[in-house]
Design a protein. Sequence first.
Length: 367
Amino acid sequence: MSEISFDKPNSQAEPRLKFIDLARALAILLMLEGHFVGEALGERGQYAEYPVYRAWNFVRGFTAPLFFTVAGMIFTYLLGGETEPRFLKRKRVRKGLRRAGELLLWGYALQLSASRIQSYVQLDFPAWASAFHVLQCIGIGLVALLVIAAIRHRIGGLALAWWYVGACAATLALYIWLRQMPETQYVPAGWPQIIQNAIRGPHSVFPLAPWLAFVFLGGAIGDCIRIFRGKLQTPLSCLWFFALAAVLEVLRAAVFSFPYLDDATVFGLTWFTSRAAQVVAFIGLLCWVETMWGIGFPRLLVVGRLTFEIYIIHVIILYGMVIGIGLNDWISGKLGPWQATLGAAIFILFFLILAQFIDAWKSRKRT
């Protein structure tokens, strides 16, 4: 049995729990696999009845909640490790704001294409250029985590985790309210699409509601890990993850017994609590594995620390964003299940190898 270990690449780095980096690595790898297979198979209803396809579809639906939760978890965990009394002077605050800006910049840049440069010069941008996607949502999520942390730092009161729980509940309430509107009703009404898409617009791929709810959930978990990290030494100490997952499942079941709830409310609450319970249980399992046996796989953990870079590169390679040509031009809806599986394995292996080169390059830059 092993105590949870800390990974400190250098004396200046914040201590990192390996199971958190492993969660990040698995989240990005699942995303790579899901995007490749989804693109390769296309919309093929003939596979829907196969158990393997249903299992894959479940994992694909699990990946985004895991990705957003882990993003909030690691950021808040590292943020809580600083003791500088002036909040805005903290290194993680400045780094978080800079990363949020990078996420927003890259998020919109990846929706452009070199083949349309002449149109851009004439300020003619396609509607998709203002879409609100993963990077933009996480970028705003980091800012929201910092704003809430700054307010709590200013006025004190409950532990930061409870503030994030409240923000999670508020986000879910907004999500349920939006679901009750007609699909063609955009919010805020009459505002530019680039703002509407962040909330409810024609190109809201990952809108703030509900996806910020997972970021806030991760923030609450990250704060709890920071507070109790010294006690995460045995498999029993990881049981609180499973207890939280059980509470979420009880809440999901209880929703059906509440009277006067409309279908939109029932769906919103049950979908979130179900996915949140799965994510929390999965993170708890990784915590338990580390306390039992420790976590090796250093090359895999490198992937967990390079999710931003890997996401950007995979979007360019697979979807041809920015450069105007990608793998999807050859594979979209054209591969069978076995071909898609083999292709996804090669795709993941490529990024596993690429991550080692990126990490070595960044290490040389630091020295």
